[in-house]
Design a protein. Structure first.
Length: 137
């Protein structure tokens, strides 16, 4: 009977993991610094995956499995180009949430608390975009 005691014990609390990936200069470090400075009680582990080469196939592979896609540095790109980019990303990553950011200024809870994985496997999220301001600060 003692061997079955572990089945009755509550599971230890899980620590959510967020993977941040992007090309050189895309704002990965800025996002991680934002997460660390503004946790507000959120606990998460962050893994940074640096893509060293701007390769279309590598970018596509990253997008396919993304749940939240941040379009950072939107202050450097026109609205028409951003809309076209969002449409192109949506064609590759239909289930991903897309949000525009400047200096990775984004609310953390919607990007860190997704609950996309569970013991039974992957749970896809819905496609609605996170709100973004048409006037980027």
């Amino acid at each position: 009977m003692r061997a079955l005691a572990f089945l009755e014990s509550p599971a230890p609390p899980r620590l959510p993991v967020t993977i941040v990936t992007g090309f050189l200069g895309s704002g990965k470090t800025t996002l991680v610094n934002h997460i660390l400075a503004n946790q507000q009680g959120l606990r998460t582990a962050v893994i940074v995956n640096d893509l060293s080469d701007v390769d279309g196939e590598a970018a596509r592979d990253q997008l396919i499995y993304g749940h939240v896609i941040l379009l950072n540095k939107c202050d450097l790109v026109g609205t028409e180009r951003l809309c076209a980019l969002e449409e192109a990303i949506g064609n590759v990553a239909a289930r991903a949430r897309i949000t525009r950011t400047t200096r990775c200024n984004v609310p953390l809870a919607p990007i860190l608390r997704l609950g996309c994985f569970n013991r039974n496997g992957f749970s896809p999220i819905t496609r609605p975009m996170l709100p973004h301001s048409p006037t980027l600060a």
